[in-house]
Ligand binder design. Sequence first.
Ligand SMILES: Nc1ncnc2c1ncn2[C@@H]1O[C@H](COP(=O)(O)OP(=O)(O)OP(=O)(O)O)[C@@H](O)[C@H]1O
Ligand SMILES: [Mg+2]
Length: 512
Amino acid sequence: MKSTPNKKTDLIVRKNRELTAILEVSKVLTTSFDLDKNLLSVISTLGSLLEMQRGCVFLLDPLSGELRIVAAHGLTKNNIEKGKYRIGEGIVGRVLEKKIPMVIPNIGEEPLFLNKTGSRPEKDGISFLCVPIMLKNEVLGVLSVDRIYSKKQGGVDDDLRVLKIVASLTAQFIKLWESYEEVEKEKEDLKRALKGKYSIENVIGRSDRMQEVFEAIHRVSPSKATVFLRGESGTGKELFAKAIHYMSPRSKGAFIKFNCASIPEGLLESELFGHEKGAFTGAIASRSGKFELANKGTIFLDEIGDLPPTLQPKILRVLQEREFERVGSEKTMKVDVRIITATSRNLEHLVSQGKFREDLYYRLNVIPLFLPPLCDRGEDIPVLIDHFLKKFNQENGRSVVLDKSALQVFLNYNWPGNVRELENTIERLVIMSPSEQVSASDLPVSLSIQRPKSSGKSTSLTANIGEIEKSNILNALEKTGWIQAKAARLLGITPRQIGYKIKKYDIEEKVV
Ligand SMILES: Nc1ncnc2c1ncn2[C@@H]1O[C@H](COP(=O)(O)OP(=O)(O)OP(=O)(O)O)[C@@H](O)[C@H]1O
Ligand SMILES: [Mg+2]
């Protein structure tokens, strides 16, 4: 007679455990969007709270039409890999096909039980419960557990009821996870599409700032428009000048580079425009100048801020008319050239000091492109490091890599010499490093010196460039009656870019 109160207590204990298990499962399923981790926790919860020995969640792979185990408790890795079923195959496959739960009271006596995983060497006495994971009428997978029934531990019906609830909670989670994954994937795809949208061969730039530059380069390259590249030393002005040329319809023509600061003033004119025999002492033969050599191609006038005032009107004439005369000749020559100029100097300042002609400045400034300093686009540093490591490792037959600590030093440093300094640093490391694995302690001490960031309050070129850019935008807006799209067109940038810059520089229309 003692058994009745005991049975009751057992029943209450059992019900309590069931409720706890269901509560635990619903908690587990809402902790994260990690499918494997959550499903494994579900199975483990069933194992620990309801004495279900082995458990598996199978999900249907819509592509292969196969059920595969995504979470398992009490199975080895090897068991898991073997556990694949087709629709209709074995008990698991049948539950999926028929969309109804199945119970095998003793798997030892059931020929349909395939034991594919091989996880039950001793099949006798084990019951197998299997329920479909369904939402509305769609079957997503199957949940199965093994159970050894003793008198105390509840019956098959109790277990099935619990399993059905758990399967339905799991189904809701899987659906939620699927839509979460879809959104995440879309986000990733969009990000990747945006990141990779503008690329230029051998030029690295993932950051938004560089992507803007890339976009502008793609827009201006096909035209013949004069481009004015601005940026600190080592930011890639020459690299972009070449890129514009090679991406333009004149790519088959010559790319002629000329540095206006490189030779004495007296020789500049003949270098640029050529000379006739006897034009000056030492002119023993006539010679073509850079403009002639660049005919049908591009001329890149670097350090244009150093162009002496005597030569400025001549360059202005070429810009306007594409005409000039060789030194010592009166014959006018006509050329078909695209002109790209660059400077790291504050040209506006030179204009205000009267050292640079204002009319020439405006002629050059048709499409100004500002190349941001490296410290303003830290996101590009790791990619540039990879790019240069690859290049110099290949050149030197080495396989030098930077460890995390070294990378951190590179990220913290301000790179006053910009990409050129980074490039040189990597080249030195690849050549000089005794070991192939470089860590922070192997780096030159100079790299750990923290200089003030250039974008702060300073008189640095970056700050100046910001001011210049702001005043250019203001000018353009004023000229176009504050119509952003028109101003953008005038500046050779997109309406989106001008919008971004207006926000960045806090530009507001003055109400007079
Ligand atoms: N975005 C980039 N991706 C790959 N390499 C780059 C990039 N920017 C610059 N470099 C490399 O850095 C070095 C310096 O670039 P570049 O000579 O074009 O700079 P610059 O602005 O003309 O400098 P300076 O004003 O000192 O003449 C070059 O070797 C160039 O190939
Ligand atoms: Mg240069």
